[in-house]
Ligand binder design. Structure first.
Ligand code: SF4
Length: 507
């Protein structure tokens, strides 16, 4: 018996039909007849579709579709860097959050996802820190963090902020405060725009290796101590209208959280919720929350649970995403892209930091790459290019480089480079312009889906520029490679202006 017949018999037997009398064979035959008739109808339909398509296939390749519009400034939204975002409202429904101000940048509230990083200089090295913060900011980092392990470091931050204002601009700064850092946090809160605390370390007691349980009374006593220690910082930040990040790390949960919830995403979320509730009791809401872990599945589970719990309790605080200790190189970037990008694709996340064991400036193109790939920010030209195959009519890698070199200064455009006309025009993903192999030595230029002209391959890039000029789309590249608005070849781009506008807060 064939597999379909067997499945059919099983269905009959399960339904109890006629099995007692052994008369299921006529049913089987009737079923087979129905299948033959359905197959004949399907073949007839396929023949009709094929014959209807034949004349079209002879004329054009792929279905005719409307020409993609060329993005114009009026169709775009200004983002916080003065660059442009496509209006992709609705493509990724984002979790609704309130806007939290950090200096002149707003996190959440429907604002573009903010890019952050952290310098690795000793904070006591004031000139070194100023130079690094400036370098990061010029590369496109909108909020810069620095570590503050002692009171001396907290005082140094005041000088760093002052030097930045004098020599560059007032870059939004975040201070990282760790073990038993209340007094340090109170001092540094005077100088920065946001203070990051780690709930597992802010009130730190060395874990007792002989402890076998954590009683309810012990748990509540520790919670009370955390509350009392957080209160002065919360009041100070509230008074100054500054922000706080409650930054939980999987690797530094407090002993009582580990005893109570285990080394789990639930323990991470409860650790944050405890601090959030203290803030809410004191009517302080300038909060951003994070749940970092070095293992991507743990990090993703913790952030998802956080978003769920916040939503359940009607808390609309924005979320800072990151995979901590992601490592370096290709794998560090893959881990960050999956963890951060995966959550952003689910609508979770308002600000991101890619943590690489490399120069922090190298984190910025990764952040922008993640955001651009998801359509959440558009800071560079979107290039669509086929992987090439036996049909490719030119050296596509070389041509892609040439096209990119000629056009990379026009963020907002989408340009396709495709190896042949067989699949190229149909798969250009609605690019604004296409450069497609036509015949050996010839390429065709497209505006959207419309083929405009065929030109010799060695004139392809020049003709593409000419077409853009005819359309009024072309802008000349900045004279200097260091000019303020030019995106770098690696995809990072320098913010051109400080045009940062808050959007509606859901406070
Ligand atoms: Fe090959 Fe043409 Fe597809 Fe490029 S577009 S991969 S050349 S079939």
């Amino acid at each position: 018996m064939s597999a379909p017949q067997s499945a059919f018999v099983s269905t009959v037997l399960l339904s109890g039909a006629s099995c007692r009398t052994g008369s299921f064979l006529p049913l089987l035959e009737a079923g087979a007849a129905r299948k033959r008739s359905a197959a004949a109808a399907l073949h007839a339909q396929q023949r009709r579709v094929r014959s209807a398509r034949l004349p079209l296939c002879a004329k054009v390749v792929g279905p005719a579709r409307p020409t993609a519009p060329i993005p114009k400034p009026k169709d775009a939204l200004s983002d916080q860097s003065g660059l442009v975002n496509l209006d992709l409202t609705g493509s990724i429904p984002r979790r609704k959050t309130r806007a939290v101000r950090v200096g002149d940048v707003y996190i959440g509230g429907g604002n573009p996802v903010v890019v952050q990083s952290m310098i690795n200089e000793d904070t006591l090295d004031i000139e070194g820190c100023v130079a690094s913060i400036r370098r990061l900011h010029e590369a496109g980092c909108e909020v810069v963090r620095l570590t503050v392990p002692s009171m001396a470091h907290a005082h140094a931050v005041g000088f760093i902020k002052q030097r930045l204002r004098e020599t560059y601009r007032d870059v939004p700064l975040v201070a990282d405060v760790h073990h038993n850092g209340m007094n340090i946090a109170l001092e540094v809160a005077k100088h920065v725009d946001k203070v990051r605390i780690n709930p597992g370390l802010y009130v730190f007691e060395k874990p007792d290796p002989n402890r076998t349980e954590y009683s309810r009374a012990d748990f509540e006593a520790a919670a009370q101590k955390l509350k009392e220690t957080l209160k002065p910082l919360i009041l100070s930040l509230r008074e100054q209208d500054k922000a706080m990040r409650i930054g939980v790390n999987h690797g530094s949960l407090s002993e009582r959280m580990l005893f109570t919830y285990g080394d789990t995403p639930e323990g991470m979320v409860e650790s944050a919720l405890e601090c959030i509730r203290v803030c809410r009791e004191l009517d302080f809401h300038n909060l951003v929350i994070s749940m970092k872990a070095s293992k991507v599945p743990v990090m993703m589970a913790a952030y998802r649970l956080l978003a769920k719990r916040l939503d359940q309790e009607s808390m609309d605080y924005p979320i800072h995403l990151g995979v901590t200790e992601a490592g370096d190189g290709e794998y560090g970037r893959i881990k960050s892209s999956i963890g951060i990008g995966g959550l952003l694709a689910e609508g979770i996340g308002d600000t991101i930091r890619v943590s690489l064991t490399e120069d922090p400036v190298k984190e910025i193109p990764v952040c922008y790459g993640i955001l651009q790939a998801l359509g959440l920010r558009r800071t560079m030209v979107e290039y669509v290019a086929c992987p090439s195959c036996g049909r490719t009519l030119f050296n596509i890698e070389e041509v892609l480089h040439k096209v990119r070199d000629a056009t990379k200064h026009m963020p907002g455009l989408s340009i396709a480079v495709m190896g042949c006309i067989v699949n190229g025009p149909g798969e250009m993903a609605d690019a604004d312009y296409g450069y497609v192999g036509k015949t050996p030595g010839k390429i065709s230029l497209y505006r959207g889906r419309e083929e405009i002209r065929t030109v010799p391959e060695n004139q392809g890039v020049a003709e593409l520029i000419k077409l853009m000029k005819e359309d009024g789309v072309w802008v000349d590249p900045p004279a200097s490679p260091n000019a303020s608005t030019e995106p770098k070849h690696d995809g990072s781009s320098k913010p051109a202006t400080a045009s940062r506008q808050p959007q509606a807060s859901s406070v």
